[in-house]
Design a binder for this molecule. Structure first.
Ligand code: NDP
Length: 395
């Protein structure tokens, strides 16, 4: 029995994880669930999976969760506050942590799971982008197992030799080819991009995801964050990672070897495949995902990304080349800009403009400890907010 903690259980990745776990009650046991403030959904999940622990970052919502659980006669222990998520990640009964909180909010609990030597299923790419060197050294020092959940990185992981060490490029790898669906605006002209709505941006053609990552997919910043993530996870320099637009989202990514072999992982676009892969690794379990019908798919297309219409990808690639605290600044600026867009304060085309302005006005520095990460994050957030104020649609 593998004890699992799911941080971000009320979100899209969290729910897909519970879907896979529910198919294998003989193999996985939910020990802890965690989220921000969705007490109603967390209560329902805790009762259904008989979770011994449930954590909410928001203390008021935690009080509501406590009431809901007692009303249902559940024995689940409620833990409240920002530190609660990191605490449940480190419980002795927890073997495996699904890090599926969205954004920088997931940083502390992801780092805590790495330091505690858990099997870390990493969906929260933002924590790796912000604190890559810290997270990778925590994994090395504690002996934690790091398994990527992003479908692209999970695909690369599956195409690498079995005992590849995290952060170290296996011999013989020439390039990593990351695929991107291109999002809902792949064929939208630049002029129209300024007028697209948050709902249009969140209507992804192939994947159903949370709103922040959906907007990131629409700007191609998601691929930019994944570009940085790939360099860190697989120990390859930026010049050996290439992004390919692949509209069908069937080839999840590829690895090219020095002998010319190119290995790819294919499958229906459904997050339950990488989640099941990482939960059961190195074994395989069923995930509920339908078989891939390649005859029905028919054609697989690949194109170069258009960095002129989608400058966020280029900004992220530049941050990957610069390293240090630059990716943390990029991530923070992006989070502030995306939140402003979702609130109707910025138009879609202004998202990369905010990031570009923040990157142009912050100098960067080394990441030696968590304080360096948090300082870069705070500075970029305040510069992004200062840039947005005069440009805000409602101003
Ligand atoms: P969602 O928006 O669907 O869910 C976010 C989750 O994070 C919710 O459980 C939410 O809790 C929780 N959360 C938000 N803020 C906090 C906080 N301050 N403290 C604790 N918990 C918090 O996001 P997704 O599931 O789409 O994405 C999660 C992560 O996985 C992201 O990093 C994303 O980039 C990555 N990812 C997602 C994929 C997908 O298919 N969705 C694919 C690959 C990666 P509450 O409900 O209470 O607000």
């Amino acid at each position: 029995m593998i004890g699992v903690a799911i941080l971000g259980s009320t979100g899209s990745v969290g729910e897909h994880t519970l879907d896979v776990i529910a198919r294998h009650p003989d193999r996985f046991r939910v020990v802890a669930l965690g989220a921000n403030r969705n007490a109603a959904k967390l209560a329902e999940q805790a009762v259904r999976f008989q979770a011994p622990y449930a954590a909410l970052a928001d203390a008021n919502a935690a009080a509501q969760l406590e009431r809901e659980l007692r009303a249902r006669g559940a024995a689940t222990q409620v833990i409240a506050g920002a530190q609660a998520l990191a605490d449940v990640a480190c419980l002795a009964d927890v073997d495996c942590v699904m890090a599926a909180i969205v954004g920088a909010a997931g940083l502390r609990s992801t780092l805590a799971a790495a330091h505690a030597g858990k099997r870390l299923l990493l969906a929260n790419k933002e924590s790796l982008v912000m604190a890559g060197p810290l997270l990778m050294s925590a994994v090395h020092e504690s002996g934690a197992t790091l398994l990527p959940i992003d479908s692209e990185h999970n695909a690369v992981f599956q195409c690498l030799p079995r005992n590849s060490a995290p952060g170290i490029a296996p011999p013989g790898v020439r390039r990593i080819l990351l695929t991107a669906s291109g999002g809902p605006f792949l064929d939208t002209d630049s002029a129209r991009l300024a007028h697209v709505t948050p709902d249009e941006a969140c209507a992804h053609p192939n994947w159903v995801m949370g709103r922040k990552i959906s907007v990131d997919s629409a700007t191609l910043m998601n691929k930019g964050l994944e570009f940085i993530e790939a360099c860190l996870l697989f120990g390859v320099p930026p010049e050996r990672v290439e992004v390919l637009i692949h509209r069908e989202s069937i080839v999840h990514s590829l690895v090219e070897y020095i002998d010319g072999s190119v290995l790819a992982q294919l499958g229906a676009p459904d997050m339950r495949t990488p989640i099941a892969h990482a939960l059961a690794w190195p074994e395989r379990v069923t995930s509920g995902v339908q078989s891939l019908d390649l005859i029905k798919v028919g054609t697989l297309r690949f194109e170069a990304p258009d960095l002129r219409r989608f400058p966020a990808l280029g900004l992220a690639q530049e941050a990957a080349r610069q390293g240090g605290s630059r990716p943390a600044s990029l991530n923070a600026a992006n989070e502030v800009a995306v939140a402003a867009f979702l609130e109707g304060e910025l138009n879609f085309a202004q998202i990369p403009a905010v990031i570009e302005s923040v990157m142009a006005t912050t100098s960067g520095g080394d990441i030696r400890d968590l304080d360096d990460v948090l300082a870069a994050d705070a500075e970029a957030r305040s510069r992004a907010a200062a840039f947005i104020r005069p440009h805000a649609v409602h101003a």
